[in-house]
Design a protein around this ligand. Sequence first.
Ligand code: IMP
Length: 186
Amino acid sequence: MRMPDLVGDVASVLLTEEQIHQRVTELGARISADYQGRELTLVSVLKGSLPFMADLMRAISIPVSIDLMEVSSYGGTATESSGLVRILKDLSKPIEGRHALIVEDIIDTGLTLNYLSGYLRGKNPSTLHICTLLDKPARRLVDIPIDYLGFTIPDQFVIGYGLDYGEYYRNLPFIGVLRPEVYAAP
Ligand code: IMP
């Protein structure tokens, strides 16, 4: 892969820092109201949801625990998920009897989250719900019930605010559309 041009490889800005901040604040307020008085664990799915998790948890005004999982899909390509998921890092504490909320960056085919929610359900939380910043419904293969949603986006490959292409671009503070020439290049 050629060296990325962090800003030059962005075809257009889809969501600005301000738009993201405002929506994350709204989601945090809703989650705070819904889980009032409950034992909530936010389960972030590394690495893509790292900035979203960091902002969302600070927009939540009730006591919460956090935990981190890391998964990688394999057998696909840099822009296509395969649905084969490997757990690289598991939860550090049991969630049995607690209310668990998965914090995800983006749902595309839904295969990753379908696997992950089945896996976490097996750990017997009291409830298990899903919060995703982005939803790309055009390519969905399995139905995923989304409880908290930031934005629905069109079928374009996006980068920034944690989202990567080939592990780069995660540090862009906004969400942009990657120039198709970048992933078409050999
Ligand atoms: P799914 O299994 O197809 O739903 O894919 C989910 C994962 O694919 C996400 O957690 C991302 O890591 C990755 N992904 C899907 N679409 C995009 C995108 O547009 N940009 C960056 N990563 C993406």
